[in-house]
Write a new protein. Structure first.
Length: 446
């Protein structure tokens, strides 16, 4: 079984093609595997100058053996680990495994990511859980010879789906369809996630804008510099943050003595998921749930101001402010029947605010029911608001009441009256002038 490696005095192998053919003809058994593993290890640390091709041939054969043994049952992560054993040019690649218990979609999802030389991180959603095993089975030679960039580009262009990240402040406005595809899309929750992402960036010295994407399964994922994070709800109904890919900048927080050791471990630790049980997030979520509003605490002017800031000026409100809007709208819905009875069907300012806020939500809700648009266009929280609002409308109709449009009072405004008076005088003078002109024309004897 021994391969006769012929090396000249200049440290060059002279029979590479013969060796490659010998490697290709080896049968798959434990002896062949052990022999090739030993030969590969010796070649790696030898001073032979043209060893690259024979090393690639040996790596290809070992990967072929592995593929046959596992019958493509290797997970993506295990398959990448096997590839890295025989190909040192794959260190930039990582497989991120996320389980259904930690995903809003309730699905097991794999991602493949790469950290480019410039520090940029890209991600793809894996089309399956054994796509790298299939790659080894069908392209063992490429698995042994290609570098990180080549393999990532192959999957990006042919197999997996690219995740495109956008400025977190712009996603809802510029790409609403993507934003609405998220499983969890309550505005309060998104606002809290963004706040926690900003804290994480600050604590880790990460510079640059916070970006976000929503994958095809509805998972919302954030990218901050070269860090990747996401959020999920655990079995205790707590929202937790998960660091899917660690930022390389994290080593800066340690002493210089530890720097080299940490940097060396970075590739090994990179694909590990780090979970932060952020009780502060849960506390804030509880605070931002539709706040209980009563007649004594309802502030019509504040509600109007927040709605204008959110819908007209498109500001990113805090979770507390969003919670106040939802709580106030819920209060107005809850008191809708009593308010209509009190004002004997005459709409009041509170009802006008409520109707204006609910009208677009009702339109979307009804379009969803009619099948004209996707159900994701409306969040679950807004659907509940619409259902409560429609129930109250039915109750009002069953009582024989009908909402009437509000009649605005005419108020004395000296400046307005003055302007109106001047306009009236001008119109009268113009009419007189036209009349005189007509009379003049009629009096002319032609």
């Amino acid at each position: 079984m021994n391969l006769n490696i012929q090396v000249n005095e200049d440290k060059f192998i002279t029979n590479i093609h013969e060796l490659e053919e010998g490697v290709n003809n080896l049968e798959n058994n434990i002896n062949s595997q052990e022999y090739l593993e030993s030969l590969l290890n010796n070649l790696k640390y030898s001073d032979i100058k043209n060893k690259k091709d024979i090393i690639a041939a040996i790596a290809t054969k070992l990967l072929e053996f592995k593929s046959v043994e596992e019958e493509m049952n290797l997970s993506n992560k295990t398959a990448l680990d096997e590839m890295k054993k025989y190909n040192e040019d794959l260190k930039k690649l990582s497989i991120i495994e996320t389980t259904k218990e930690k995903n809003d979609s309730g699905k097991d999802i794999d991602y493949i990511s790469i950290r480019h030389d410039n520090g940029e991180v890209e991600m793809l959603v894996c089309a399956g859980h054994s796509t790298l095993a299939e790659f080894i089975h069908n392209h063992a030679d490429k698995a042994a010879r290609w570098n990180s960039e080549e393999i990532f580009r192959y999957y990006k262009e042919n197999i997996h789906r690219e995740l495109k990240f956008y400025n977190a402040d712009e996603l809802d406005e510029i790409y609403p369809e993507m934003a609405n595809n998220a499983v969890v899309r309550e505005e309060e929750t998104k606002a809290l996630e963004l706040e926690e992402a900003e804290k994480y960036a600050k604590n880790n010295g990460l510079e640059g804008k916070i970006e976000v994407t929503v994958d095809p399964n509805g998972e919302r994922i954030y990218r901050i510099a070269d860090a990747i994070i996401k959020f999920s709800t655990n079995n205790e109904n707590k929202r937790v943050m998960e660091v899917l890919r660690q930022p390389i900048e994290r080593v800066n927080a340690h002493t210089n003595d530890n720097y080299g050791r940490l940097l060396g471990q970075l590739d090994e630790d990179d694909e590990k998921t780090e979970i932060f049980d952020l009780s502060s997030i849960q506390a804030k979520l509880e605070e931002s749930e539709p706040i209980t509003i009563t007649g004594a605490t309802f502030d019509k002017e504040r509600l109007r101001e927040l709605i204008v800031r959110k819908d007209v000026y498109e500001e990113n409100l805090t979770a507390e402010e969003l919670g106040y809007i939802k709580g106030s709208i819920q209060y107005l819905i809850d008191t809708m029947v009593e308010r209509i009875q009190t004002f004997q069907g005459q709409a009041n300012e509170e009802q006008v605010v409520l109707d204006e806020y609910m009208e677009p939500l009702v339109n979307i809700y009804e379009s969803i029911e009619e099948g004209r648009i996707n159900a994701n266009e409306l969040s679950e929280g807004d659907k509940v608001l619409v259902e409560n609002y429609k129930e109250k409308q039915q109750a009002i109709e069953s009582l024989g009441l009908k909402k009437k449009p509000i009649i605005k009072e005419l108020r004395y405004d000296p400046e307005s009256l003055k302007a109106a008076g001047v306009a009236a005088v001008v119109i009268i003078l113009e009419l007189i002038s036209i009349g005189m002109l007509v009379l003049t024309l009629l009096s002319i004897d032609i």
